[in-house]
Ligand binder design. Structure first.
Ligand SMILES: [Zn+2]
Ligand SMILES: [Zn+2]
Length: 389
């Protein structure tokens, strides 16, 4: 049986000779423990909603994850990757060990972590699975969830209660978890926090920085619509980053730094979050953060970055944190508590402001077309696919 999926085929499409996601029919996945023993701990999910991540945009434009996609496909000796990693859906079939090991049964509604970790390596055994040495990422280094039906290891699943968190919001637990991971890495109580990059995860970070007690939250972006949204979500100040004459592309933006100095009475921010993935944005963080402050790096782009005046980083006594994925499942537990407490307004803000109550932000898989997708990606920070037309 064939199903619809959004894919990239390195042989048929090529990495640099193509663009976007390519809709194809693929075989519907099956569980058969006699053929594959690991199916005993896997499930088949009927995907309801799938989120379009910043990393999916990076793949769409072929500017991120090229090595991971290519090397993993070489390793699997195939050329087609099913993309996507943020989801909510129903378990329709479960391997024989799934209930015993994970308490998950057919009929459960689930979201889940996109990092398939090994459970065996040093880091996994220490409880640091986010830096597992033998992990695959759904939709990047193993087949993902932009398909009507998918097979996923049950250990990745996070059962959800749709009476507490609506399904469209459950579909964004994974990227929301990135923001939770970032904002639980340092103490932001009473802090001045600058968020460089107000795309989807930057916007989640604004909600969380306010919720966790930051005294001043500053959003920085090149996109005026994203900044307006940042303001509505609770940013105290926003800075519109405009292109200026610079010696190098990677140089920090002097105008932005001046504004941050003035908003922090000459001190610089206590915490900077880099959520754009540009070299200049990293240098903005390094320059905008006060002596002794913290920098959280999250945005990813392929290639080398340049840091002029490297020693300043040491002289200023900056602490750099790198955020990859989520702490499984510690981050998920916090995310669930924050989302399901209606009194903090976060779930409603995600649905009403970021997802615009579904107005224009939800694309039915049968309506998928590259030009519509490009237009919507330019218009909205967060998009969902409805996978079951
Ligand atoms: Zn993601
Ligand atoms: Zn591991």
């Amino acid at each position: 049986m064939k199903i619809n999926a959004l894919t990239l085929d390195l042989q048929a499409d090529g990495w640099s000779s193509s663009r976007g996601f390519i809709k194809r029919t693929v075989p519907r996945p099956i569980l058969d423990e006699t053929v594959q023993a690991s199916d005993a701990t896997a499930v088949i999910i009927k995907v309801q909603y799938a989120g379009v991540c910043g990393s999916d945009r990076g793949i769409w434009n072929r500017v991120a994850f090229s090595e991971m996609v290519q090397q993993s496909l070489e390793h699997e000796q195939k050329s087609l990757r099913i993309l996507g990693h943020e989801f909510v859906g129903a378990v329709i079939q479960a391997g024989s060990m799934v209930q015993h090991l994970y308490g998950i049964t057919v009929g459960n509604t689930v979201s889940g972590d996109s990092h398939v970790t090994c459970g065996r390596c040093y880091q996994c055994r220490l409880g640091e699975a986010e830096v597992c040495q033998d992990q695959a990422i759904l939709g990047i280094s193993t087949d993902g969830i932009f398909a009507q039906y998918v097979k996923i290891p049950a250990k990745n699943l996070w059962p959800v209660d749709l009476t507490r968190v609506r399904p469209e919001v459950c579909a964004v637990y994974d990227p929301f978890g990135n923001a939770v991971h970032a904002l639980t890495k340092v103490d932001v109580r009473g802090a001045r926090v600058a968020i460089f990059g107000c795309g989807q995860i930057g916007l989640f970070a604004i909600l969380l920085a306010r919720h966790f007690g930051a005294a001043k939250v500053i959003g920085v972006d090149t996109n005026a619509a994203n900044l307006a949204m940042a303001k509505t979500l609770g940013a105290h100040e926003v800075i519109h980053l405009q292109p200026t004459e610079k010696m190098h592309d990677y140089d920090a933006d002097a105008v932005v730094l001046k504004q941050i100095q003035s908003l922090t009475h000459g001190k610089g921010v206590d915490v900077s979050l880099e959520m754009a993935g540009f070299n200049s944005s990293v240098n903005n963080c390094l320059a905008a953060t006060r002596f002794g402050g913290h920098i959280i790096l999250f945005g990813i782009k392929d290639g080398d970055f340049t840091i002029p005046g490297f020693s300043r980083m040491i002289v200023k006594g900056l602490t750099i944190h790198n955020i990859i994925g989520r702490q499984i499942f510690y981050t998920w537990q916090i995310a669930q508590r924050v989302m399901s407490d209606k009194s903090n307004g976060i779930q409603d803000s995600i649905w009403e402001i970021i997802l615009k109550q579904g107005n224009g932000t939800i694309i039915t898989l049968s309506d998928f077309a590259p030009d519509i997708m490009e237009q919507k990606m330019a218009e909205h920070p967060k998009l969902l696919f409805d996978m079951q037309p």
